[in-house]
Every structure is written in C-alpha cells, then in structure tokens.
Ligand binder design. Sequence first.
Ligand SMILES: [Zn+2]
Length: 352
Amino acid sequence: MIKHLPHNIGNLNNLEYFVCISNLLEGLPGDISRCQNLIGLYLSRNRIKSVPEQLIKCKELRELYLDYNELVTIPESFVRFCKLNIISLSGNKLLYLPHIPFISCPRMLIENNDYLTYIPYSVGCQQSVLTYSNQASWCAMSQPVVENTLNGIWSLRVQECGNESLSELPSNCISIRLSLSGKVLVMPRQLKRVYQNNNFAIPSLFELSLRNVYTRVWKEKMELSLKTPSNIQTHFSQLMCPIENNDTRLNQEELEQLLPKEVLVLLSRGPVAYCSNPACSSPIFHDAAVEIIPKDVQRRSWDEDEPELYKVYASRFYCSAYCRQTYFNNTSLQWERQLLNSALNFHILNVS
Ligand SMILES: [Zn+2]
C-alpha cells in the first residue's frame, strides 16, 4: 500500500536493487538520482504518471521495469542510459516513444499501450536488430538475417497497442490524423510544427539556428547505417556520445553570455529526433517533415488458427521537406522502398 517514497531516498547511496512492485506509487522523488549505484529499479504495477528526468544520473542502471503504470511518455533523456539492458513499458498509457534510439540498445517491451498508435522507425529497427541477434539460432534455421532485419520494424510486439483512441488531445501536443483510418498520431511534445505532404515547407529561422548551434557546440553525432552481409544497407540510428573536444567546445559560462536562458535549456535537453536522411542526420528540435509508413502485420495467437492482422504505423522524421524528397529520390534505396510498399507481403513466423 506504499504511496510515496521518502524524499531523501538518495541517502541510500549503496542501493543497487530497488523493488516496489504492486504498490500505489504515483511518482518517484527526483532525489533517487543520488543513488549512483542503482542497477535495477522494479516499479511494475503502481500508479506512476511520470518519472523524473534526473533518473538519467543513475549511470549504472541496467534494468528498468515500469510496466502497468499510468505513464504517458518517458523522458527523452532516457535514451542516454549507457548500460540499460531492458526497459519494460508494457501496460501504460504511452502516446509516443522517444524518436532517438537508445544508446545501449536495450530490449524494450511496449505491448498493451492502448493509445500508442505508431512506432518511430529507427527505434523499431533497432529493437528488431536486437531481437534477431538474440535469436541467432532461430534465425540461422529460417530466413537469412538480412531479410529478418529488414522486416524487423514490423516484427515488434505491438499486441493491444493503439486499440483505443483519445477522447481529447493532451495539452501542448500536436497530432496527425490519418485520412484512411482516422487514427490520431500524437507527436512528441517538443515539436511545434510538423508537415506531412507540403513539399515546399521550410524550417523556421529559429529552428535553423538551434540546429546550427547544437551541431557546433554539442558536437553530437548520429550514425545512420547498418551494413548487412549481402550488400544491403539499412538505416537505423545509433546515437554516439558527445565528442569531448575542449578546443572547440564553448564552456558553460561563455554560452550563458551568448545565448538566452530558454535557448540554453532547449539545447541542453537535446533534439527530439535526427533527420532520417542518412546523408544529413541533422538534429531536429521544433520543426519536422514527417513520413508515416503503414503496414499490415500478421500475428497468430495461441488459441486461434486464423492469423490476426494488425495495422502498424512507423514514423520517420526529416529536417525538411527537401531532405525527405532527396531521400526518396535516391535510387540506391530502391529495395527499402519496395519493402515498405509491399504492405501485404508479410511472413508467417512458425513457432514450432
Ligand atoms: Zn535532413
């Protein structure tokens, strides 16, 4: 029946594993960030509505169980956990997932999120690569790894996701309504403007400045390719740690003199996504061109003979309509387009 954790929980600085499953917790004190030796945090089946951003300071964290709570989103900063092996988010009220893949490539569980209507493409690919590499023996016996990897985004466990639609949009969020299904896709809170079909839309000057300063000062980089044995290349993002280079990096003091505080906050929080055009990979803050890729995927439930069809949507963000166009006109990516367009060409995964 525990409702609150003590606010000085950080005094337990040797704490390694904290288990508080099936209680009545509604949140976590930010002070938990002082538990620098925390390895496992098990908070399944509570009433947690949000988790503090500071949790990222627990650098040793390997297992994070937040399933069956009331989370609407998780802090974007969580993608920067360096040692995280597993993050369980099943059975929440998630509206979207971070669009930047996790540095440590943890296993992510997301089924039973009624309002989750889409998956970020890069995160989905990352998860799939992980899934298939974990099942290497199974892979060897069936299709080639490459094929599995390419189909990967669609093999995520999304059972019982996107079943219900929102009665009202959360405040400060913009959304995309899909014309065919009428489904509403809630965009990450930081985004102020998205465009789907406008080929002439350009980012605002403010957005361009943010990108420019971020790239120069933070020097963070995304790598966007995965080479597979049979000469096929797929693109999924891998976040690299910031490059520490004191010669070119401005220090905090210099920055504070140069930039308004609100801008500094935005920059230190980092981008919401990176451009999906591998040749660009520019950081995206407020303003993005969005591509929504629909696909029917097939699931066979244990008690039924007839496979069930799920409509899954994946999202890709680009820094501009121009980048989206360039990416699509790139002929070397023909195979990827074919794959994405073969909407009903799914594979049956035979468990036996
Ligand atoms: Zn771009």
